[in-house]
Design a protein around this ligand. Structure first.
Ligand code: TPP
Length: 272
């Protein structure tokens, strides 16, 4: 639906960009401040057809209702887990969200929260590097209520940053979504069937996170599908501990992908 709608209206697309940055998706660029432009429009008698906005809003309401209905029951699914984490975060928490699946799942499967959460991410080059050290930096400004949601490969990539807690007084909970590899690549069509998939794409590390926690003097707890409700108490008790706590959440990627597929199909139907 989106593609067709965008294609149908492509000649009417204007990018409003104050800094005149080149954008090869937009045929027309208006180099102007967006607030200033909207004020200028308000002073004219021009009438715009904004039925498309209502169309998108209606679809969004339906998709949210569908997602909420699926998540009424616990699901072995990263979107469900992120949804749960967000729902228990205290007011004014700092939350760093890793690449690539965690941030995409947060975008796709969570709604606006009334808790004024400060969201941090690294979506420039979308690197999986430095996410733990950035979160430790983030936590310096907030005595309590600092959280990071990160995949296992990204966690292992930056695990040596945990040594910083010897120098920096950081209060941080790291939720590691451990699906044993970089499962973002499962979404690339055909790749999972290639013989190089495991060695060059998935690259599972399989180090023992509990032992790493003890080496770096971090607290540790493990959550799996049957103990998923413990996420609530882990977050509620977060202000009780100093330092960094690693919470390993085991995910079965096959089950996660199967739920993703069902949800994607349904969302496609809603959008069609
Ligand atoms: C520094 C850097 N190296 C490689 C990549 C390519 N890359 C993007 S996502 C990803 C895998 C991430 O795996 P994980 O953290 O376990 O998250 P998951 O995909 O399972 O959600 C990789 C290697 C990158 N974005 N940044």
């Amino acid at each position: 639906m989106n593609e067709t709608m965008i294609f149908r209206n492509s000649k009417f697309h204007y990018l409003i960009e104050e800094d005149e940055i080149f954008n090869d998706d937009a045929r027309h660029v208006i180099p102007c401040n967006a607030n200033r432009l909207s004020k200028e429009f308000n002073n004219t008698n021009l009438e715009f057809d904004i039925s498309w906005l209502k169309f998108i809003q209606d679809k969004e309401i339906k998709i949210k209702a569908y997602i909420n209905s699926v998540f009424e029951k616990p699901q072995e699914h990263e979107g469900y887990i992120i949804n749960q984490i967000i729902s228990f975060l205290p007011f004014n928490s700092n939350l760093m969200v890793g690449n690539s699946s965690p941030i995409r799942d947060l975008d796709k499967f969570t709604s606006n929260s009334a808790s004024d959460i400060n969201i941090f991410s690294n979506r420039g080059a979308s690197g999986i590097d430095g996410l733990i050290s950035t979160s430790i930096g983030m936590s310096i400004n907030n005595q309590n209520n600092n959280f990071l949601i990160i995949g296992d490969i990204s966690f292992f990539h930056d695990v040596s940053s945990l040594i910083n807690q010897n120098n920096i007084n950081s209060n941080l909970i790291v939720f590691i979504l451990n699906n044993r590899g970089g499962h973002i690549f499962d979404s690339l069509e055909g790749i999972t069937k290639e013989k190089e998939y495991k060695d060059y794409w998935l690259t599972p590390v399989d180090l023992d996170i509990k032992s790493l926690a003890s080496s770096f003097r971090c607290k540790y707890s493990k959550v799996n599908f049957s103990s998923i409700k413990n996420i609530k108490s882990i977050i509620q008790d977060s202000s009780k501990y100093d330092g960094i706590k690693l919470v390993e959440i085991k995910i079965d990627s096959k089950k996660n992908n199967a739920i993703n597929q069902i949800m994607d199909e349904k969302i496609k139907t809603i959008l069609s």
